[in-house]
Design a binder for this molecule. Sequence first.
Ligand SMILES: *[C@@H]1O[C@H](CO)[C@@H](O)[C@H](O)[C@H]1NC(C)=O
Ligand SMILES: *[C@@H]1O[C@H](CO)[C@@H](O)[C@H](O)[C@H]1NC(C)=O
Ligand SMILES: *[C@@H]1O[C@H](CO)[C@@H](O)[C@H](O)[C@H]1NC(C)=O
Length: 740
Amino acid sequence: MSPSTTLVLLHLLLLVSLASGDFYGGSVSFTPRDRNADGTYMVDFRYRNIDDSCNFASWDCCSGNCGYSVNNERGQIAHSTRERSDQHNQWCETETIQTRKIPSNRPFQMIQSNPGSWFLETKVDLGTRSDTGVANRSPVTATLPRIRVPQNCQRSYNLMAFDPDDDRVRCRYGLARPECDSCNQPLGFYLDQGSCSLQYGNGSMTDVYRFEVVVEDFPKQLITLSYNDGSSSSRAEITTTPSPTTTTEAPTTTTPPPACPIPWIDESPLQTSLSRLPLQFTVQVDLEAPTCDEGVYLPRFVNPTPRHGQRIQAEVNKELEIRVKAEATNSVVDAVIVSGPVSLTNHRTTEGEFVIRWSPTHQHLGQYFPFCFLIEGLSGSRVYQSELRCVLVEVGPRNVRAEVVCDENQMTVEVERSSIPEIDEKHLRLSDSCNTACDLQRYSNSTHIIGVIPLNACGTQIEEDDENLIFKNEITSFDNVSDIITRNNEVDIKFYCEYAKHGKVSLSFNAHRESVSVMEKGFGTFTYHFEFYQTSEFTQMVDPHDYPIDVEVDKMIYMEIRATSTAISAELFVESCRAAPFDTPNYSPTYHIIENGCTVDRTVRIFPPLNEKSFRFGMEAFKFIGVYDHVYISCSVILCEAGNPNTRCAQGCSSNDHESDDSHQRHKREAAIQTGKHHISQGPLRLRKNSESSVTNLNKNTVLMAGSIVAAVSMLCGVMFYKLKSSKVKYQPVPTSDFL
Ligand SMILES: *[C@@H]1O[C@H](CO)[C@@H](O)[C@H](O)[C@H]1NC(C)=O
Ligand SMILES: *[C@@H]1O[C@H](CO)[C@@H](O)[C@H](O)[C@H]1NC(C)=O
Ligand SMILES: *[C@@H]1O[C@H](CO)[C@@H](O)[C@H](O)[C@H]1NC(C)=O
């Protein structure tokens, strides 16, 4: 044989072995998501696969309309760690989270398969339930990569089968394809259908046994599922006990079946399950253990390990920790094997505890996640496993304890530190943190993080409806790249104060933005002023009490930005100005007025400045204003050493933004040449409407507010960030051919 032929053959062998890797198990569950505005449905599938080579399966639609995949994320949950000569002990558990868009909520059936090797069949019914009023949800299940039991020891494995709709969950063996591939019911094991527990008696041959279990949910009373095409279907409480599980071995066929072998048919709808999920796993029966007593060879769980079935509450963006510990006198506790959501981690402490950590994100909110684990002990070349325990984690919203006090000029927020123990106020900020007056460290004490927020500063937004003026701000956490602590813990505490416009007590309120004071090394403390003027003479400033400013389309508006700095020779540069309904940086959509020091709006006129630290400009009010209740003008400004040709200020209008790299380097070398970009804003402006009545007109410097000033309305809502952190999981895109 020539060397090239050998190479080709090797490649072929490799391909064959990759395609038909040893399959140890898998499971599927689904979660309906919010319905789309266009009436279509979204559903998340969580598909776990355990095999020897981290393979993934093809998905096929077998009946009904399965829609199509809009997002596929895949990650590795766990893999075998120990180097063993026995290749059969190598395993890899992966999870694929596939989001599918489905035109209707009618039932459908999907199959993941590796034809000739295994099938995972899932029946999905997203019909609206008459008992809950929402889409039907599937049970949640979990299993472990490799369960091992000594031949002579009795064991009971409680398969986690929990139903979020409080349905009755039953587990049975798959009866025929596509519920199962080999459809064996291994001898020596008993599957209790009602409790979903698998019992191992005593005396099976040492071997690896494969279990192809089907998990189904049945309502506890008669319910109706209704569909968006007007049809409906009823389900009754299960009455007929399914035929008892026998321990006969079904014959195995050798011909590889087609991908979708049997279309799913609903023979007797009233007695069929709501959903049908696959739960497949293997149990390895090992040689006899010297004793089956726990804590000798078989590790025994000790404190603080949670008990089987325990319910654990988790919060969005807060790291969950589960501690697991086991002891054995005659074996060495070696590893924990965990099955749970893909982004979990596990570490061993020096005290011998295993710490399983997981940070749920917003996409997990309201869902249930089983975590199953067991501990392995080593004695010579033998591996002994503890019992299997599973806990159920329910993800709820972040619960931040805080209070808001609203009074006439400010909002006071007091956040209990103990409710966000992992976050320091150094990593928290208000919408606009540029102003030194908005520093959260200023009023905080050892028990509370306290913010005193003026109604007209620190990025406070105004919203208005017919009855109320609403002032909104938020405290958010921010990362500073080198800091790992806040990575898995994010808070976004939104709060607002609401004031009735009509009330007994009158109160003056000022929307005008205060000047912004900034502290920067080399430039000391300086203040930016941003004001509107009546005319191009810039002699008459718009009275701060006249905000919001009513403008008419096409009429000129005049603005001045000015810095007051102790640095004698400083010059001001306006890098960009934008208009937006909010004055938080990076808000979109925005209307561009100046970009990179160049004027973008064609009506902009630059006027001679008062001095080097002043910038005066005017423009025609634009239609953009009328689209929103209020519009702010926000600018990004820089102070530079006057006369230095190497500064951003000296470059003027320059479309290629040298600022970022240049100033960065310069900052390191010579900190005092120019400051960083500062964000300042003024407003709001609103479009004057001719027909507007004075009742809702804010252009009165007196606004009527609610009865008691002292005890005004206080409200708070803890909301979370939607960012999916990528620090832990390495998702890889799955080739498009794997999408349906
Ligand atoms: C296991 O099987 C052996 C032999 O069949 C029997 O003597 C023993 O009592 C059984 N043990 C248990 C716990 O059932
Ligand atoms: C911190 O401030 C809060 C709110 O003003 C107060 O209730 C608390 O007692 C203060 N704690 C300490 C230790 O001073
Ligand atoms: C990050 O935080 C640490 C300590 O809180 C601080 O020393 C460091 O300068 C910060 N890094 C950046 C880039 O802000």
